[in-house]
Design a protein around this ligand. Sequence first.
Ligand SMILES: Nc1[nH]c(=O)nc2c1ncn2[C@H]1C[C@H](O)[C@@H](COP(=O)(O)OP(=O)(O)OP(=O)(O)O)O1
Length: 194
Amino acid sequence: MQRRTPEPVPEPASGMPGGAAPPGEWLTVDGVAYRCVVLCLLVRTGTGRTGGDRREVLLGLKRTGFGSGRVVALGGKIDGQETALDAAVREVREESGIDLLPAGVREAGRITWSFPARPAWNMVAFLFTADAGAAAPRPSEEIEPRWYPIDELPWHSMWQDAPHWVPLVLDGRRIAATIVMDADNEGVASAVVR
Ligand SMILES: Nc1[nH]c(=O)nc2c1ncn2[C@H]1C[C@H](O)[C@@H](COP(=O)(O)OP(=O)(O)OP(=O)(O)O)O1
């Protein structure tokens, strides 16, 4: 049985930091339920083709479950009473084998996705970023992680809303985004990002 809690979707500054109150598995806003998930963008400084430094982000081809076949950020559902930060550290470990120190994981805001044609897919994602250092990802059953230069992201393989928010988070911004998906559950009907 999924637990539903009546709190409004929290603003990004309202505190999902390490140890703050967990958002629960579901949030309900104006009678609409949103499943709580986390996404974590891991970054590192790699070596470009010409030998210079270039920033890279760890994304992965999702092999199973929701969004399979797309290239996505590491993440997934918040379980039970864990904090969003705990969930981010756990999901990164499960999906890539990389162990993050919670103190090194930064909050980057939140996104609300509404799927009017499929409300069961509504989600609120708590966003995080972290430096991966020299950690090497390994593939998991769920995802095949791969480093991408941040100026060569595989947009055509990602969710169509990704260009509205990924560059801002990679730029160090803390965002609050409200994204409404089209009737086909693929396109973007509207995206407000601040
Ligand atoms: N419109 C969208 N754009 C995007 O970039 N990511 C989205 C998205 N809608 C959902 N996601 C992400 C958020 C979340 O990390 C993921 C779905 O959660 P999960 O990975 O937990 O799903 P699964 O069905 O694989 O879960 P399990 O049942 O635990 O295997 O999809």
